[in-house]
Design a protein. Structure first.
Length: 235
C-alpha cells in the first residue's frame, strides 16, 4: 500500500522525466532526488533482493546504492537511461557485499558431501522466517484448497483421496468403486487442472513479488535523506 507521502510525491513529479530530476538532484535539490528514489525504489530493492538473501539486507543494499548514486550524479550522462545506471550501481553494491562474505560460503559440492548435518540442513531446507512464513503458508494452503474445491467432483474425489489422504490407487478404486485405470486417469487430469489454475495465479503474483512501497519505501527514503544532509549532498 502506498502512503500519502508517496502518492503526493508521485503526483507532483509524475510528468517530470528522470533526466530532469537527475539534473536537479545533481544541483543538491533534495526534493528531486526523493522523487527519483520513490520512482525507482522498488527497482533497486528487487535488484538487490535477487542477489542477497534477505529483505533486510536488500534494504541496506538499496540505501547504500542510493548514496552512491547521489555522490555520482554529476557523472551521469543524460543520453543513458537512468534506471539502467541505477541497476548497475545496485548490482555492484550487492555483489560487493557477497564478496565480503565469500569466506563464509561453502561450495555446494563439498557441503552436500560433508558429514555436518547442520550444513546440509541449511542448504536443503527453506529458511525459517517465523510468523511471516506461517502467514505465507496459510495463504498458500487457502489458495490450493480453493482451487481443489472447484475441481469437478469426479476429479476432486479422486484427488482428495489419492493426494491428500495418500491412499493407494487400488484403495481409491475400491472405495469409489471404479477401475484402477480410471483412478489414474482422473488423478492425472485433476493435477493438470490444478497446475493450470495455480499457474495463472502465479503469473499474477510474480508481477507483485517483492513489492516495495509504503513504510519500507519511506524508511529507505528517510535514511538516505538524513545521511545526504549530513554529507551536504542536498540543500
Amino acid at each position: 500500500m502506498h502512503t500519502a507521502v508517496e502518492q503526493l510525491a508521485s503526483a507532483l513529479t509524475e510528468d517530470v522525466p528522470d533526466t530532469e530530476l537527475a539534473r536537479r538532484a545533481a544541483q543538491k535539490d533534495g526534493a528531486a532526488f526523493e522523487a527519483i528514489m520513490r520512482r525507482h525504489n522498488q527497482l533497486l530493492f528487487r535488484t538487490a533482493r535477487g542477489i542477497v538473501r534477505s529483505d533486510g539486507e536488500a534494504e541496506d543494499v538499496a540505501q547504500e546504492a542510493w548514496m552512491q548514486v547521489w555522490r555520482s550524479l554529476s557523472g551521469f550522462r543524460s543520453e543513458s537511461k537512468l534506471s539502467t545506471w541505477l541497476v548497475r550501481i545496485t548490482v555492484n553494491e550487492a555483489l560487493g557485499r557477497l564478496r565480503g562474505k565469500r569466506s563464509q560460503i561453502i561450495p555446494l559440492e563439498i557441503a552436500m558431501m560433508s558429514s555436518d548435518n547442520d550444513t546440509r540442513k541449511a542448504l536443503t531446507e527453506a529458511p525459517d522466517r517465523g510468523p511471516e512464513h506461517s502467514v505465507e503458508r496459510s495463504r498458500l494452503r487457502a489458495l490450493i484448497e480453493a482451487r481443489i474445491a472447484v475441481l469437478p467432483e469426479v476429479f476432486r474425489s479422486v484427488f482428495m483421496l489419492r493426494a491428500i489422504e495418500e491412499m493407494s490407487v487400488d484403495e481409491v478404486a475400491e472405495v469409489l468403486d471404479i477401475p484402477a485405470a480410471t483412478v489414474r486417469t482422473r488423478y492425472f487430469r485433476a493435477r493438470a487442472l490444478l497446475r493450470e489454475s495455480l499457474a495463472q495465479e502465479m503469473d499474477v503474483a510474480i508481477g507483485e513479488a517483492f513489492s516495495f512501497a509504503g513504510e519500507r519505501c519511506d524508511r529507505v527514503v528517510a535514511g538516505v535523506m538524513a545521511r545526504a544532509r549530513v554529507e551536504g549532498l542536498c540543500k
